[in-house]
Write a protein that binds this ligand. Structure first.
Ligand SMILES: NC(=O)c1ccc[n+]([C@@H]2O[C@H](COP(=O)([O-])OP(=O)(O)OC[C@H]3O[C@@H](n4cnc5c(N)ncnc54)[C@H](O)[C@@H]3O)[C@@H](O)[C@H]2O)c1
Length: 440
């Protein structure tokens, strides 16, 4: 039994009945429809931030809301968000110039200086963790994109934030949108109810071509460069196993009845991501996650063009199988019977906002913070396993003092990782890591 086992209360589990109403308890009814205007603040005005904001403003629970504050490290994304809202949602945009924040701590400014009720945290993950804690302490309702942390110290901060939000009776949901899609919810409930027998093994995939690079520009400080090219630095993204594959990792934990693995081993490396623009992260990881009763979760993620791609999750039981495509269909096969098929009929990104605002206006209690932190911790465990090449236990990883966040968050801060004279950043070499350097 894992010493630092984290268990979830019903109100902290999204997926199944919780995505509807059953797992929500009555909370304070502070923003009932027709009552006070709900003021929304967005932190991180990139692609997902703008999408999440439009989803929030399009929610099906209430139209009694406006965006009143927006924040980003840079002015340009703030202006792009303003332009988008003025053209697509003009009736819901009411952001005075003094509530448009840019700067390295723009999220902190928005949370502490604007009087928004709800914050949408869509900045790079490593920045999000501390904003999540600030927002929880400030008593905001929160939508936090995934992952909520990139290192074990950050996971513990996220767990603290979840606890504070719970105590303050505020809603906290995390951007694991698959938790809100019926084509995941219904077959996973059947799996939990024993439809395919005892769970033996799971496989999960996030294989695709990879994402953008944002090369360093003349005159940029290292901090400016890393915040723009954030995907390629572990303190900001946690590597793609954490930043993207965390969706499937969360589904793996969900299929295992919201348990987390107790140990992991893996291998990974970089074959095509070898340039100054690719920072320090790998382009492929394979991890064997081991749960109680020796149930296996086999995880594969790759960011290499022109290869076999898949965004999917699979379970093998003693009496059948479940195969779910992230954006496609789900097939549950009970041995000897006709397969049952679900198709994706709607997008969980919109549904999660419908659920968030329904909970706010109807005074429901909903907190997915712990669930999100466990998914992030599981992804971090996988990264520590592939980077080190040795088996790592959940307990050792969860308790580790590994803290990648810079000591100072200023534009001219001296931060790690540092590029060599050839512009390349060092990356982890399996077999050559001293676990004591990770506080383990
Ligand atoms: N749930 C999903 O399906 C999904 C999809 C895409 C992205 N995401 C998540 O959303 C987050 C953002 O991704 P994206 O695709 O929008 O990236 P992006 O690069 O388009 O946007 C990130 C934004 O954050 C800003 N930023 C950087 N440092 C900041 C700081 N200190 N304070 C405030 N803002 C800062 C950047 O300037 C940029 O505008 C990531 O965590 C990503 O994993 C989730």
């Amino acid at each position: 039994m894992s010493e630092s086992r984290i268990s979830l209360k019903t109100s902290e589990v999204i997926g199944g009945a919780a995505a509807g109403v059953a797992a929500m308890q009555a909370g304070s009814r502070v923003h009932a429809e027709g009552g006070d205007l709900i003021k929304i603040g967005l932190v991180g005005c990139g692609g997902r931030g703008r999408g999440a904001l439009i989803n929030a403003l399009s929610n099906t629970a209430t139209q009694n809301l406006k965006v009143t504050a927006i924040a980003d490290a840079f002015e340009q994304p703030v202006r792009a968000t303003e332009k988008l809202c003025r053209s697509e949602k003009p009736d819901f945009f009411s952001v005075p110039e003094e509530q448009m924040y840019w700067g390295i701590e723009a999220g902190k400014d928005l949370i502490e200086k604007s009087n928004v009720d709800v914050v949408l945290l869509c900045e790079p993950p490593g920045i999000r963790t501390r904003n999540l804690l600030l927002a929880a302490k400030a008593g905001k309702h929160i939508f936090a994109e995934k992952p909520v942390a990139t290192d074990p110290v950050g996971v513990r901060i996220a767990l603290e934030a979840a606890e504070i939000a719970e105590q303050k009776g505020k809603i906290l949901i995390v951007g694991h949108h698959l938790r809100y899609e019926d084509k995941h919810i219904e077959p996973i409930k059947m799996l939990h109810d024993g439809a395919i027998g005892d769970l033996v093994c799971m496989r999960i995939y996030f294989n695709d071509a990879g994402v953008w690079t944002r090369p360093k520009q003349a005159g940029e400080t290292e901090m400016q460069h890393q915040l723009k090219n954030w995907y390629y630095f572990n303190w900001l993204s946690g590597d793609h196993i954490c930043e993207q594959h965390v969706h499937d990792i969360d589904v793996m934990n969900w299929m295992a009845k919201d348990q987390h693995p107790i140990r992991a081993n893996g291998m990974g490396g970089r074959q095509v991501r070898i340039s100054p623009n690719h920072g320090e992260i790998y382009d492929h990881h394979t991890v064997e996650f081991i749960f109680d009763d020796e149930v296996r979760g086999l995880s594969y993620c790759r960011h290499i063009p022109n290869c076999w791609n898949s965004f999917s999750e699979h379970a093998i039981g003693t009496k059948g199988t479940l195969d779910i495509e992230g954006h496609g269909r789900s097939v549950l096969k009970i041995n000897g019977k006709e397969p049952q098929v679900w198709r994706r009929t709607y997008d969980g990104h919109q549904k999660e906002m419908n659920v968030l605002f329904d909970a706010i206006v109807n005074g429901k209690k909903l907190n997915a913070g712990k669930q999100g932190a466990i998914a992030s911790m599981t992804a971090i465990l996988g990264r520590l396993a592939t980077y080190s090449g040795v088996e790592i236990s959940w307990d050792a990883a969860f308790k580790s003092t590994l803290d990648l966040f810079p000591k100072k968050l200023t534009w001219d801060a001296d931060i790690a990782p540092k590029p060599g004279t050839d512009g390349l950043y060092p990356c982890a070499i399996p077999g050559a890591i001293n676990l004591a350097d990770w506080g383990m």
